[in-house]
Design a protein around this ligand. Structure first.
Ligand SMILES: NC(=O)c1ccc[n+]([C@@H]2O[C@H](COP(=O)([O-])OP(=O)(O)OC[C@H]3O[C@@H](n4cnc5c(N)ncnc54)[C@H](O)[C@@H]3O)[C@@H](O)[C@H]2O)c1
Length: 460
């Protein structure tokens, strides 16, 4: 069955490009006119794989596999209507040919050099893209080794205090805005040490005072986010750092119509967890233990080898099972799960991570069983399309009157290990609920009927 979206016109959406007349003036999504500027913090493995990938796709050298915005379709109306346009033809997304990239890094390597160093994409492919990639040179970063112990940055901004550094980033954003029509920022930089919210994060005033006083609780990622949100620029966080999941950032996001979402790209092991755990729960299969280990040899692996950065990642990875299983509602099935996560830095593997999961489950009358998952993946190949989709959807949110000033875009939880929600609302980690939420949000903003999957009307 299809339900009417708020403010929508029933059955108004066709199978091809959506017509502007199907939306009311108050809900109309603005078109994606002109250039979309993407400011990437950290031009490492994920960022360069995304940028080189977009360049390769623009030239017809490869397909955007793994990207929902580029390859996904969306069903409209009833199953019998046979209307499933591509998402990018249904909602007005920026075209890949209109994206312009820039970024910051603590090393001076241009995107070609950084991509070659990351060694994710084959040299033959990178050579074809070299002229375009070497033009993208990082701006000096805001960095402090206190927050990422394993890195020694050389290409770094200097300022009299953290407010001065934020002002320098804002100047970078304003300069870039002159070259493009719209801007989105994404953090694809290293994972910072584990930090907890402090009084300095409670309000804009407290945070700005903290910037002046060089408060230790303010990490570089927060300075970038502050700069973006002050400039009305949407911000996505690909790492598990404490960055926009703070009252000050939510306040800024709403005030300046700069959408934010959760954090930490949901790529390999957690992606699988949020598929398998809902399956066990749907069938009332119990779980007594879930042991997850990884070997990883890229720079991210090296940073995560440091205990304080690992703690940040561990917290982000641990959350999903607890929320999916709801042990308080199902104590007989999930009350005593032993959940353990390990990440081991193992250089020979580079970006080609290997993850093992051993899952101890139990069924009818409590009889035990086991499931083993061995995922031989490529970290940045999984993350790059997620980064691209987040950028495109945040730009869409910024152009959508109903979404741009609500702050957190919970419908983007689909992509993230740590979805963000307002205080008091538990996050949805189940990948299929997240997928439905995302697609229904797209239907809703375009004035199309929501799909609830009830389907009784087929039997009238
Ligand atoms: N690849 C995945 O599957 C995946 C999944 C979830 C999260 N992540 C996160 O995404 C981030 C990027 O991963 P990666 O594999 O590209 O790592 P990477 O080490 O290859 O790249 C990170 C880049 O950020 C730069 N950097 C560090 N601090 C900076 C700062 N303050 N300002 C500007 N640049 C800075 C580093 O110099 C480096 O070039 C990591 O935090 C990682 O944990 C990756």
């Amino acid at each position: 069955m299809a339900t009417k979206g708020k403010g929508g016109k029933k059955g108004a959406v066709g199978a091809g490009k959506v017509s502007a007349s199907t939306q009311t003036a108050a809900t109309k999504v603005e078109p994606a006119k002109g250039k979309l500027g993407v400011m990437v913090v950290g031009l490492g493995a994920v960022a360069t794989t995304m940028i080189a990938g977009v360049e390769a796709i623009r030239r017809g050298l490869a397909k955007p596999i793994g990207s929902l915005t580029q390859m996904g379709t969306i069903r409209l109306g009833k199953r019998t209507d046979n209307k499933s346009p591509l998402i990018k033809n249904f909602v007005p997304l920026a075209d890949l040919k209109d994206i312009v990239f820039t970024g910051w890094d603590i090393f001076e390597d241009n995107v070609y050099e950084a991509a070659a160093h990351a060694a994710v994409l084959k040299p033959e492919m990178l050579k074809k893209l070299k002229p375009a990639l070497e033009k993208i040179k990082p701006m000096p970063a805001v960095f402090d080794q206190y927050y990422v112990k394993r890195l020694h940055g050389t290409h770094v901004k200097k300022g009299k205090n953290k407010l001065d550094l934020a002002e320098q980033l804002r100047a970078d954003i304003r300069a870039f805005k002159k070259k493009v029509d719209r801007v989105v920022m994404i953090w694809a930089a290293s994972t910072e040490i584990f930090l907890e919210p402090k009084p300095v994060h409670r309000s804009i005033e407290a945070f700005e005072a903290g910037l002046v006083n060089n408060d230790r609780a303010i990490a570089p990622s927060q300075i970038y986010a502050y700069a973006a949100l002050k400039e009305g620029v949407p911000f996505a966080n690909g790492a598990p750092n404490l960055t926009v999941d703070l009252p000050v950032m939510i306040e800024l996001s709403k005030k300046n119509s700069a959408p934010i979402c959760g954090k930490d790209f949901k790529t390999g092991q957690t992606f699988m967890k949020t598929v398998l755990a809902p399956a066990f729960k749907a069938r009332m299969i119990g779980v007594s233990g879930w042991f997850s280990t990884n070997i990883l040899g890229n720079r991210d692996g090296e940073v995560l080898d440091e205990p304080q950065s690992f703690k940040t990642k561990e917290e982000s990875k641990l959350g999903s099972l607890e929320y999916i299983f709801q042990p308080e509602i199902y104590p007989d099935l999930y009350k005593d799960i032993y959940h353990k996560i390990r990440i081991n830095y193992y250089p020979p593997r580079g970006d080609e991570k290997e993850a093992w999961d051993n899952i101890d489950i139990f069924g009818w009358l409590g009889y035990p069983m086991q499931l083993k998952v061995n995922f031989l993946c490529r970290d940045s190949i999984l993350a790059a399309p997620i980064a691209l989709d987040l950028v495109l959807f945040l730009d869409l949110a910024k152009r959508t009157p109903e979404l741009r000033s609500i702050g957190i875009q919970e419908w983007l939880s689909f992509y993230l290990k740590s979805p963000q929600t307002p205080p008091g609302l538990y996050p949805e980690h189940d990948l299929f609920i997240q997928s439905m939420k995302l697609k229904n949000t797209l239907r809703h903003i375009m004035g199309a009927d929501l799909v609830t999957h009830l389907g009784l009307d087929y039997y009238d």
